[in-house]
Design a protein around this ligand. Structure first.
Ligand code: NAI
Length: 298
């Protein structure tokens, strides 16, 4: 079978000046996409700004024979997000792919986390992904084609000490992904999310040193490119990815236990059945989940 290519397609990759976003941008460009390399260029905690990182990645892409433009707007403001999408339209005339990857960290245990640290993390991850997708959505609808790849995290899907802000944001992105997937379906707009692990400035102090050569960002980018491709077979899905391994992560509901006039003691006495996982359901939308509850009543 032929290689998967992106000739004629235009992609925005946010936070593409470092780490994972950089690797995604390089791969998409290598495969023929025209790329807007967005990066605010700040520190890991979101402070500061610099055009340097985005410019450097554009230089590499251009040197390799690809096409890219740099953009240093902030994903977390409506003007910044509009500016990022406008950069794609101005330079390349369309927008087909949005990879929402920009992110910051402000880890603190729950009791010590400030409101500012909570808000700042949600602003970049959730608001940023919402705003950039929102700016691209009308253009994708108009051309009846679009691909959105959001960046969740195992920390959000499963929880992690010291990351109440980050975990909230990353699970929030699952809801955003599923809903864009549902609302975009009629216009052939597909949205999926990745929950990666990779050696970057975000994780280098957390991961054991021997993982540096194994958990390369490039080993995540292949999945991002697949989900951003025209042939992507799914929408609303979440995938765990790292070190070359890819797995579907899904939100499932157990078979449940039911009794009319349910009492508090019924719950205590049937706890094992309530907690049972098999046979589980994986509803693809609220309607399906609600139908399962309604069916149980018949
Ligand atoms: P990174 O720090 O190398 O890259 C994040 C990039 O986003 C930086 O270049 C930064 O300048 C940019 N950025 C931050 N705020 C921005 C804003 N407001 N507007 C535009 N750009 C902004 O970190 P890494 O690891 O490459 O992270 C990429 C994404 O992957 C993030 O969303 C992160 O939460 C997620 N992730 C990473 C994991 C890992 O193992 N490295 C694990 C799970 C999720």
């Amino acid at each position: 079978m032929a290689d998967l290519r992106f000739d004629g397609k235009v992609a925005v990759v946010t936070g593409a000046g470092h780490g994972l976003g950089r690797a995604h941008a390089l791969l998409l460009a290598e495969r023929g996409a025209k790329v807007v390399v967005n990066d605010l260029g700040g520190a890991l905690d979101g402070t500061g700004a610099s055009a340097g990182p985005a410019d450097e990645v554009v230089e590499v892409i251009t040197k390799n024979g690809g096409e890219a433009v740099a953009n240093a707007d902030n994903v977390a403001t409506p003007e910044g997000a509009e500016g990022i999408v406008r950069a794609a339209l101005d330079a390349f005339g369309r927008i087909d792919i949005v990879v929402n990857n920009a992110g910051i960290l402000r880890d603190k245990s729950f009791g010590k986390m400030s409101v500012e640290d909570f808000d700042a993390v949600l602003a970049v991850h959730v608001r940023g992904s919402y705003l950039v997708s929102r700016a691209a959505f009308p253009h994708m609808k108009e051309q009846a084609y679009g691909r959105v790849v959001n960046t969740s995290s195992p920390a959000g899907l499963f929880g992690n000490f010291g990351q109440a802000n980050y975990a909230t944001a990353k699970m929030g992105l699952v809801g955003l992904t599923k809903t864009i997937g549902i609302e975009g379906a009629r216009a052939n707009i597909k949205a999926n999310a990745i929950a990666p692990v990779a050696w970057t400035r975000m994780t280098e102090s957390l991961l054991p040193a021997e993982f540096e050569s194994k958990l390369t960002p490039e080993r995540v980018s292949a999945l991002v490119a697949f989900l951003a491709h025209e042939s992507c077979p799914v929408s609303g899905e979440v995938f765990s990815v790292g070190g070359g391994r890819v797995a579907r992560v899904f939100v499932a509901e157990g078979p449940g236990w039911r009794k009319e006039d349910l009492t508090v003691e019924d719950i205590r006495d049937n706890w094992d059945s309530i907690m049972a996982e098999q046979p589980y359901l994986t509803p693809v939308a609220l309607g399906e989940q609600a139908n399962a509850s309604l069916r149980a009543m018949l």
